[in-house]
Structure formats: C-alpha cells, structure tokens
Design a protein around this ligand. Sequence first.
Ligand code: NAD
Ligand code: AHE
Ligand code: ZN
Ligand code: ZN
Length: 376
Amino acid sequence: TVGKTITCKAAIAWNAKEPLSLEDVEVAPPKAHEVRMKVLHTGVCHTDQYTLSGADPEGAFPSILGHEGAGIVESVGKGVTNVKPGDYVIALYTPECGECKFCRSGKTNLCGKIRDTQGKGVMPDGTSRFRARGKDILHFMGCSTFSQYTVLADISVVAVTDRIGTDRSCLLGCGITTGYGAAVVTAKVEEGSTIAVFGTGCVGLSIIQGAVKQKAKRIIAIDLNDSKEFWARKFGATEFINPTKISRNKLLQEHLVDITDGGCDYTFDCTGNVTVMRTALEACHKGWGESIVIGVAAAGQEIKTRPFQLVTGRTWRGCAFGGVKGRTQLPGLVDDYLNGELKVDEFITHRLPLSRLNESFGLMKEGGCIRCVVDM
Ligand code: NAD
Ligand code: AHE
Ligand code: ZN
Ligand code: ZN
C-alpha cells in the first residue's frame, strides 16, 4: 500500500445536522512531513457532535470528523523522523512542532505551525488527502479519525508503547487528557483546595481525577443529570449538586459561595454553556479564585460578568487539550496508566463498530454514557 491510494470505509459528514454516512473514501499517500495512520480505535467527543450540529464557526463540510483516535503508522512521507511504519500512535489535534513561537514560549501548549490550514480542513500544503464520490472531503482538527485510514502532519502524532491498547490510548487523544491537564497542568490545583466542576462528562470526570491526584479537599461536581452523581463520586467528587434542585431564591454561584466559606479556589466549565461559565467565574473565591473555561460554545455566544468580579481578584482563563503538550507529555500519561496511576478503562461505558458510529451521538445525551469507543 505504500505510496498508493488506499480505499477504505469512513463516516462522512456531508452536511451539518445530518447523520454521518458510512462509505468508501480514497485516502491519498502521505506527502512530505505527513503520516498515514491506520486508525484502530476512536472515541467520540462532545466536540464532534458540536461541529456536526453546525454550531462550530470553523465547521466545514463535507468532512471526516473525529479527533480522539489511536492506531498504527501505515506509511510516512519524506522527511518524517519522529515515527516509522508500525509505530503505535495517538492523533494530536493540538500538534507540537517544538520550533514555533508558541512551542518555544514555555507558556502554552498551543502550536502555531499548522493552525491556519488545520482550521480550514486541509493539510499544511492547502489540499485534502480524502476523496469520496469524486469530491474532495475536508479534514477535521488535523485528525479525521472517523476513517479507517487518515493522513496527519508528522507533528500531529505521538508514538506510544503498544502495551496500552489503542482502545484505551485513543481516549488520551482528547477527553481524559483535557480534563486531567486542566486540573494538573493548567490550574495546578494545590493540596487542600476546594474546586467545583460544572458538567461531569468525560472531561469533567477527568478534572475530578486530576484534582484527587493533587489532593484537593473538596471536589464539588455539578450536573443537570442526576445519574452523573454516581460517576462523579466514583472518580472522587466529595459533593454533588443538581442546580435545578437548590433553593429557587438563590443563584447557584451564591449557593456555592455560601457552602465554601467565600468561594472555590478553582472552578471549571465543561458544559460549553456561557451562562454556566459566568456562574463558574462568580463561584470563585474573592482575591484568588480561578475559573478555567474548557467547554466550547456555539458561534455567536459570548461570556459576560461584572468587571468588579475581576477587579476583586478572580481570574478567568481557559485551555485546549488541558494545556498538555502532546508529543512531550502523552508518553508519560501512558506510563501513568500502565502503573495504575491514571484511570482510563473506567471512562469506557460503551463500544460500537464503525458501522454503528452514529448511535454514539444519541448515547452521549444519556447520563449512562461517559465515552463510547468505536472499533474501526
Ligand atoms: P459530555 O457531553 O460528555 O458532558 C457534558 C456534561 O455537561 C453532561 O454530563 C451534561 O449533563 C452536563 N451539562 C450540560 N449542561 C449543563 C448545565 N447547564 N449545568 C450543568 N451541567 C450541564 O461532554 P465532554 O465530552 O465531557 O465535553 C465537555 C465540553 O468540553 C464540551 O463542550 C466539549 O466540546 C468541550 N471540550 C473541550 C476541550 C478543550 O480542549 N477545550 C476538549 C474536549 C472537550
Ligand atoms: N473551532 C471552534 C472552537 C472549537 C474549540 O475550541 N476546540 C478546542 C478543542 S475541543 C476538543 O474537543 C481547541 O483546541 N481549541 C483551540 C484551537 O486552536 O482550536 C471555534 O470557535 O472556532
Ligand atoms: Zn474532544
Ligand atoms: Zn509549534
């Protein structure tokens, strides 16, 4: 197959708001500094559903979604030195070139090298490697893991040991790393802290996992769905609040400030709801509380609060992929998993074959589904 176009199955998003269509796609060989990957497993993240819903200002169609995938390198283009055919890899929607202004700053995990073309759904040379029904199909987040084969920039993959199965390592490609990193790398939650996590899906539960590791004292999980209480406590939450069940005369932020002696040290939005983001900021402790935005909000949505909230020492920040540098830090997270120090298996509540990938979007709305892993 090396150097040749591969025809395989992919779940194509022809238009927003339509189910994905399973059909043949032609995957061109990798060009210079590109890697063709045989995707073995992919998770389905809320962000895939968000972009399919049409709410993503960068969402473009037809495209192949999916950004939480792991597999094997099938072939590499000229100049690729970081991976070789046969390597087990995780796809990185936040690449790491190590050379750009961002990578060298020491201040962020964002990489600027290919962000413009990635956002347009094309490879760094401005073209696509996918064709179906005689049309070019766009890439997504530099990954497109809803295809049995995909092509990525070499800086968008990291090789990891095959001792972790790809049905587990795929989840390190987004949800688990995003939440764990938000708590450990971005917020750097300290021992004894009080934190609140808004939205306890895969990302929120992983924040809880990170906060437990950092020895937070109180971990308050907040979700509209009561069935999330079981999951939140299983991962280490000390309290659970369903916001629809607190006293009607009180705002949720007031309630949180009351029960925490002045507010939380850290709060995290994992809902993508801008009203929740405000609540999370205002639930922070005066003088030092920090609120981290992780959820992605629909086009046109904006956040607001009284500037006095910031004047009085609260900080509003955010992160992508938890602030984790994929090529530098993911092998370490895989080791943590293998040493029993990072939960991964516990997030997998459902498994589906590629032919039933669409069902995962319905499952996501149910409280009982944390992550659905798709066997490609
Ligand atoms: P998910 O759908 O599994 O979980 C979201 C949870 O939020 C659900 O349990 C839901 O019941 C709850 N929720 C929704 N509205 C709520 C509200 N008003 N109050 C309280 N709880 C509410 O999603 P996920 O895969 O865990 O992703 C969470 C969010 O993070 C999404 O917006 C996703 O797009 C985003 N995300 C961002 C990054 C990043 O790098 N910044 C990475 C992954 C996911
Ligand atoms: N494209 C959207 C925003 C989507 C978004 O924020 N994506 C996150 C990752 S979500 C993973 O599940 C992200 O990485 N953002 C940083 C980046 O560089 O894209 C929009 O609003 O345009
Ligand atoms: Zn994601
Ligand atoms: Zn870079």
